[in-house]
Design a protein around this ligand. Structure first.
Ligand code: NAI
Length: 337
């Protein structure tokens, strides 16, 4: 079967890691017709906006996209295109699996947790204004609808992946109304899934517990801001952002993208680690029913990292993006034969 998929190369290291991923997908035997669309700063001059209408049109039509990171200029007029994309397509669930890999230097072993981040509201609703010249206000939106939906999704993932427990992360001791509502919703939904253990932890305590014993945790569900921060922090525990994939799931489509940003400090140098983007494509393949190819690619990446001979700079090696990609392809073909 041929799949129509939107490809957003992004900017910074985006084109490097998406090119690597597309090469691997081509060799995996899956048949994909890529619709390449550009967004971000590079198209502002031409279209007057970083997100021209064709971006949403393409994803709505194809229902699936693979996306490289896109830079959001700090302090300039345009809202983050990444947040806009998630909101416009109602991609309400952001899934970030975080695990250790044999062969990758890390202080921990056997970490295998999933951060399920609410993706549509919280402080990311973008409602902020100046009260006076010296006082700014950002409004945190938490709704029952979005909280129920994300916690339900966390339990769905827990069931599909045979996980044992779901933890709701919040700050309801201080934000009694907003996080209080999130927690109430989480407890109610948990009550309908008695086969999976559930408890809640306050976000500051959860941060400490994660940096001390990340291997103890399974599925963590939380509002948008805590998910943004804890997923980067957890990435740091297992070897860095170059390893952590992500999926944005909604009713109108799904966008798969690495957790990392456009990394302007290393862009264009052939040193970016494409693993996070490759593993995002593995999540995408499972989503579109291509589990066999997904397993093949994942096994090849795991094997290459385990050998430890071809690691990118972020993991202490010297292998370039292009060379790493070729090693993964060779491993995949070797495993198939
Ligand atoms: P970043 O994730 O781009 O970089 C943080 C650090 O991690 C840098 O030192 C970078 O070199 C390193 N790094 C990231 N990915 C790597 C990889 N694949 N291989 C090796 N090293 C890697 O975060 P930063 O610098 O805060 O953001 C840069 C830009 O990216 C900003 O404009 C931000 O808005 C944007 N961004 C876009 C996202 C998206 O498109 N989904 C997500 C996060 C940030």
């Amino acid at each position: 079967m041929k799949h129509n998929i939107t490809l957003i190369p992004g900017d910074g290291i985006g084109p490097e890691v998406t090119t690597a991923t597309v090469k691997i997908l081509e060799k995996s035997g899956v048949c994909i017709n890529w619709e390449i669309v550009r967004m971000g700063a590079e198209v502002i001059e031409e279209f007057g906006t970083p997100m021209p209408p064709y971006v949403l049109e393409s994803i709505k039509k194809n229902k699936v996209a693979l996306k490289g990171p896109v830079t959001t200029p700090v302090g300039k007029g345009f809202k983050s295109v990444n947040v806009t994309l998630r909101q416009e397509l109602n991609l309400y669930a952001n899934i970030r699996p975080i695990r250790t890999f044999e062969g990758v230097p890390s202080r921990f072993e056997n970490v295998d947790l999933i951060i399920v981040r609410e993706n549509s509201e919280d402080l990311y609703a973008g409602i902020e204004h100046m009260i006076t010249e010296d006082i700014a206000e950002s409004i945190k939106i938490i709704s029952k609808k979005a909280s129920d939906r994300i916690v339900e999704y966390a339990f769905k993932i827990a069931k599909e992946q045979n996980r044992k427990e779901v933890i709701a992360v919040h700050k309801a001791n201080i934000m009694k109304l907003s996080d209080g509502l999130f927690l109430r919703c989480a407890r109610n939904i948990a009550g309908t899934h008695k086969d999976i253990a559930f408890y809640d932890v306050i976000v500051d305590a959860m941060s400490m517990k994660l940096v001390m014993n990340p291997e103890k945790y399974d599925v963590l569900v939380m509002p948008n801001l805590y998910g943004d921060i804890l997923s980067d922090m957890a990435a740091g525990l297992v070897g860095g952002l170059g390893l952590v994939p992500g999926a944005n799931i909604g009713e109108e489509g799904a966008v798969f993208e690495p957790a990392h940003g456009s990394a302007p400090d290393i862009a264009g140098k052939n040193i970016a680690n494409p693993t996070a983007c490759i593993l995002s494509s593995v999540m995408m393949l499972r989503h579109i029913g291509e589990a066999k190819a997904a397993n093949k690619i994942e096994q090849a990446v795991v094997a290459v990292l385990k050998e430890g001979k071809h690691l990118t700079c972020d993991l202490g090696g010297t292998t370039g993006t292009i060379e790493f990609t070729q090693v993964v392809i060779d491993k995949m073909l070797e495993q198939t034969n």
